[in-house]
Design a protein. Structure first.
Lengths: 136, 136
């Protein structure tokens, strides 16, 4: 079984040395209604710099590009090399003006295509019993 | 500017009344190396039941299908109707056997296409100052 799906960029990451913001394309502006009630958002963007068939075949990496970290499957990391180039990062909203979401900072390159925004609801996170490996 | 990207399913959500698991396709099995060091994963799946051009045009909803909740942009919700049908959910791992990730539970339909798995690292979450609107 092999299923494929398509994504359209819904906006773009913008950043300078001092500021960061998300530009949502006009056609998706109505999808921002009420977002100002939240302090934080999940930003989903596309690791477009790795969008080649070769890089998308990467299944194992040394996390954080540290050779001392054990070889690890990409599904056990947040590596930007992975079969589907989905990036997930949590951002703090500073303000929303029109279709622009000003954010405190973001670990993405300027120009990265944004593919989704979701509100951050903390109660969805586990409060106890979280376990991670040593390299983290 | 209009950019499109493609995703390939990397596995499938499976669930019965009593159990839930993720089947990762064989070709991606190597990407699971080291995942057993984590207690929780983010599962990204595709809201395939809403994969029509019409439903993907939905930009505003009443959250949780409650008419009493204010009309809200889909980017301020986790609605399954949105331009790109990415679902994000956090799951607790029970065990990993071969390419099967047994999980405690998942808010997805049996058969949903899985598009990514990422490890859960709690330090990435804000510890204070989170704000949400009343409908949450």
């Amino acid at each position: 079984m092999s299923q494929s799906f398509y994504l359209n960029a819904i906006g773009t990451v913008r950043k300078t040395d001092e500021k960061a913001w998300i530009e949502i394309f006009n056609k998706y502006g109505d999808a921002l209604l009420g977002l100002d009630g939240f302090s934080h958002i999940y930003v989903f963007y596309w690791f477009d710099q790795n969008d080649s068939p070769e890089k998308r075949k990467t299944l194992q990496v040394h996390p954080r590009k540290e050779p001392g970290n054990p070889l690890t499957g990409v599904f056990a990391t947040h590596s930007p090399r992975r079969p589907n180039l989905i990036a997930l990062t949590l951002c703090k909203i500073e303000s929303i003006v029109g279709n622009i979401i000003h954010i405190e900072e973001i670990d993405a390159y300027d120009g990265s295509p944004v593919i989704d925004i979701k509100c951050y609801i903390p109660s969805a996170d586990p409060d106890a019993g979280v376990r991670v490996p040593d390299w983290v």
